[in-house]
Design a protein around this ligand. Structure first.
Ligand code: PHE
Length: 330
């Protein structure tokens, strides 16, 4: 028995131990043979010897189990050591992320207006009817409200459908002269190739004493701005309608894909619509209690700018979080 005990202690690997187990407990092993020998013993000897054998068998089996646990632990430790990874190692191929094209475009727009000393204003995303519509010359039941598919809350509040409410908030807070832009997220119930339920706008507002701000000023600034954003393009102003501006215009640039020849992106017109603008409607000034002032305002969609600058055909990819999009903008 001692001899087995000793060999168990000495075995240095799981494989060695397994061989030993077969030698001791296997079908043709030590104990099998010992129990076989019982048959040849005199009757009165049998119970005593059998009992001794069983005790010894149990003891050895426990020793084997303990040794096995020890060897297993050792093996795991060895494996962990050999397989450990150095998380501080430099990985030359790793993708470190990139600035989102919408942020990039937003930055470029903001940069331009900061250089002209415009202030940056912000407002809440959850707005009142007053700021989003009423004060902007959009009374209840005004048909132009249908232009903007609004998300409403149960209490009558809403997700702002444009950045124009920040015009109102800024005029309430400040006195003229005002020269501001307001970048931020807006929300509309819309989802297709060129619309997502959340997108970004930049609003612009300039207000000063009556006669100091003209449509000519507006035209000059926007033309210069669009050249800064898109390079050498033609710019044209088209008469349009917004409830909060009068007169109003939409601004087109010559198609940057076909250079005005006509292609699929510009629907074969040679022009791309990029901005809405106009002279602030007197009703808007009245809503904030401004007298004897004039001003202009404009609004643009940042995703639309980003799509044109980076030639992205489907607006929705900007918000799907697919890393392969960002990888192209490192
Ligand atoms: N708020 C308008 C829109 O979301 C854009 C706009 C702003 C037009 C300011 C004129 C003046 O479509």
């Amino acid at each position: 028995m001692e001899q087995w005990q000793e060999r168990l202690e000495k075995s240095g690997s799981l494989e060695e131990l397994e061989n030993l187990r077969i030698e001791i407990f296997g079908k043709k092993g030590f104990f099998a043979k010992e129990f076989e020998k019982l048959k040849t013993l005199p009757k009165e000897e049998k119970p005593r010897v059998a009992k001794e054998l069983n005790i010894a068998k149990e003891r050895l089996f426990k020793a084997l189990q303990a040794k096995k646990d020890k060897l297993l632990a050792k093996e795991i430790e060895k494996k962990l050591k050999s397989e450990s990874i150095d998380v501080s190692l430099y990985s030359p191929k790793g993708f470190k992320g990139a600035y989102h094209p919408v942020n990039h475009t937003m930055d470029k727009i903001i940069e331009y207006f900061i250089s002209l000393n415009y202030s940056i204003e912000t407002g809440p995303l959850v707005e009142d009817d007053f700021y989003n519509f009423e004060a902007l010359n959009l009374p209840k039941y005004h048909p132009a409200r249908d232009m903007q598919d609004t998300f409403y809350f149960k209490d009558g509040k809403l997700l702002r459908t444009h950045t124009s409410p920040v015009q109102i908030r800024t005029m309430q807070k400040e006195r003229p002269p005002i020269r501001m832009i307001s970048p931020g997220a807006v929300f509309r119930r819309d989802y297709d190739l060129t619309h997502t339920p959340m997108f970004h706008q930049v609003e612009g507002l300039v207000v000063d004493e009556k006669g100091k701000v003209s449509f000519a000023n507006l035209k000059f600034i926007l033309e210069d701005f669009l050249h800064y954003m898109f390079g050498d393009v033609k710019v044209r102003f088209r008469p349009s309608f917004f409830p909060f501006t009068e007169p109003s215009a939409e601004v087109d640039i010559s198609c940057i894909f076909c250079k005005g020849e006509g292609c699929r992106v510009c629907s074969h017109t040679g022009w791309l619509e990029v901005l809405g603008c106009g002279m602030v409607d007197p009703n808007v000034f009245e809503a904030v209690g401004y007298k004897d002032v004039s001003g202009y305002a404009f609004g643009l969609g940042v995703e639309r700018f980003a799509m044109l600058i980076h030639q992205i055909p489907d607006l929705r990819v900007l918000f799907e979080g697919d890393i392969r999009l960002l990888e192209q903008f490192r």
